[in-house]
Design a protein around this ligand. Structure first.
Ligand SMILES: [Zn+2]
Length: 242
């Protein structure tokens, strides 16, 4: 949450689309998230602030980790310059979400500028992938009623997180893994694109989850509010891929 993070990143961007239904048939067959293997439930792996030059390596790491599927919350400005990256994310069966256009603190902006941050990224994602995103994550988790209304107006559910890896802070891979594995079933793990330490954490997180019978899932609307931290709830949870 992190003002420090904001300073480092400067900007990035935008939300998530439920591209699960675009998953290739063979990918669905290979993931077959059913039966006893996932008896411990599902959690969502999420990667913010891409696409970056490292996104392809993240996708490979997920593929190599038993075709684990994740959600990438992309920023519009970066997605616009990494068109192939966004398409590739979707082609490999992952979700793409909206993380704003320039990664501002949305609640500090005037209404028109704040709405444009979301709208423009949804357009970019739709142009690149064929579908507008249905998931939105506000930069820094900074949100309010107006932000949620803007997201809803664009057909998106707001997604915060329930397990923060703090991977942006320079901590080692093992700590990122440990932080990720504090997640509870149904929960959502926050990570970031473009970090070698996080890239290295991917197989270990997937393995740690598997040892608990937990599978990576997609993000869906949750009628029950979920607490991100005291004073902030959201309506999203992890569920099996379709
Ligand atoms: Zn971000």
């Amino acid at each position: 949450m992190s003002r420090r993070y904001r300073a480092r990143i400067g900007f990035s961007a935008a939300v998530a689309v439920l591209m699960a239904s675009l998953a290739l048939p063979q990918a669905s067959a290979r993931t077959a998230d059913s039966g006893s293997r996932c008896s411990g439930g599902y959690v969502a792996l999420t990667f913010d602030d891409g696409p970056t030059g490292t996104t392809a390596a993240y996708l490979k790491a997920l593929r190599d980790a038993g075709r684990a599927r994740a959600t990438f919350f992309v920023t519009g400005t970066l997605a616009d310059g990494q068109r192939a990256g966004t398409r590739r994310i979707v082609a490999e069966g992952h979700q793409v979400g909206n993380h704003s256009s320039t990664h501002p603190d949305l609640v500090q902006l005037d209404a028109a500028t704040a709405f444009a941050e979301l709208r423009d990224t949804s357009r970019v994602v739709r142009t690149q992938t064929g579908r507008a995103p249905t998931l939105f994550r506000p930069p820094f988790g900074s949100t309010d009623a107006r932000t949620r209304r803007d997201a809803a107006r664009l057909g998106m559910t707001e997604v915060i997180w329930t397990a923060d890896t703090v991977d942006w802070s320079g901590i080692p891979t093992e700590t990122i893994v440990a932080n990720a594995l504090t997640v509870k079933p149904g929960g959502i793990i926050l990570m970031h694109d473009g970090l070698p330490t996080t890239l290295a954490a991917i197989p270990k997180i997937v393995q740690g989850l598997a040892e608990r019978g937990v599978c990576p899932g997609r993000i869906v609307y949750s009628p029950t509010p979920v607490e991100a931290w005291p004073g902030l709830t959201f309506h999203a949870k992890a569920a099996p891929w379709r």
